[in-house]
Write a protein of this length. Structure first.
Length: 238
């Protein structure tokens, strides 16, 4: 176990959190060039809440989504502070809570400067599914993500995931109300737009959120709920 991992472990509840460390040198915009590694932090979602998502977001899912995002934001901030206190340059990338946090460049492309999902695949925590979700072997897509970039002179072993493990499964493709997924498998050489239309997803998710819960937010949850990698997994309410 690395010194970096020993700094992180005491900060997290292992029943609901997982983390990994990946090398991200050369994969981010120039302004992040000082950071060559990333901690990818996963927080489990409540199985019962996700199971009750059938044809769009519920108020229960909306509240849980925001509560977990806030909690994750606090967790990555704690990791950043511990790193800084130990002389390690670090930058916490929190999960997005609402659209007011997004700039015009994001709204044009629906891409951020730091991809939580990319960091997670570089840390070996999962792969990208056909509806552009991170899929973990343990919890499927029933997770939320945060990231901490950091600069480190030592070597940290990373076990990357470079291609999809979804195989012929197309459940999320068939259930997507936006028809946003082409059914093509992801790998690290495949651009998102080749297998998934993020703009179709966003437009439909916002419509469903308005209709189901009266909120102006890009929230759906159907593909999270139907993925076989998450369904039927045991675990306490989180």
């Amino acid at each position: 176990m690395s010194d970096i991992e020993n700094l992180i472990i005491p900060l997290l509840d292992e029943n609901i959190y997982m983390f990994g460390i990946g090398k991200i040198a050369g994969l981010l915009p120039e302004k992040y060039a000082d950071y060559n590694y990333a901690v990818s932090l996963l927080r489990r979602l409540d199985n019962a809440i996700i199971d009750r998502v059938s044809d769009g977001p519920t108020r229960e899912y909306f509240d849980h989504y925001h509560a977990v995002n806030r909690e994750l934001g606090e967790a990555v901030s704690r990791i950043e502070q511990v790193f800084t206190d130990n002389g390690i340059p670090a930058f916490a990338v929190k999960p997005t809570v609402n659209d007011l946090e997004l700039d015009d460049a994001y709204l044009r492309t629906l891409r951020t400067g730091v991809s939580h999902k990319m960091a997670a695949t570089r840390a070996g925590l999962g792969w990208i599914g056909k509806t552009d979700l991170l899929i973990t072997p343990e919890f499927g897509p029933r997770v939320r993500l945060g990231t901490v970039l950091f600069g480190y002179n030592g070597e940290i072993a990373a076990h990357t995931v470079d291609e999809s493990r979804c195989g012929n499964c197309n459940i999320c493709v068939e259930k997507c109300p936006a028809g946003a997924a082409a059914g093509k498998l992801w790998d690290i050489h495949t651009d998102r737009d080749e297998y998934y239309d993020a703009h179709k997803c966003r437009e439909t998710a916002r419509r469903l959120s308005r209709e189901r819960i009266g909120e102006e937010i890009s929230l759906c949850g159907i593909c999270v709920s139907v993925c076989p990698f998450g369904k039927g997994r045991t675990g306490a309410k989180v």
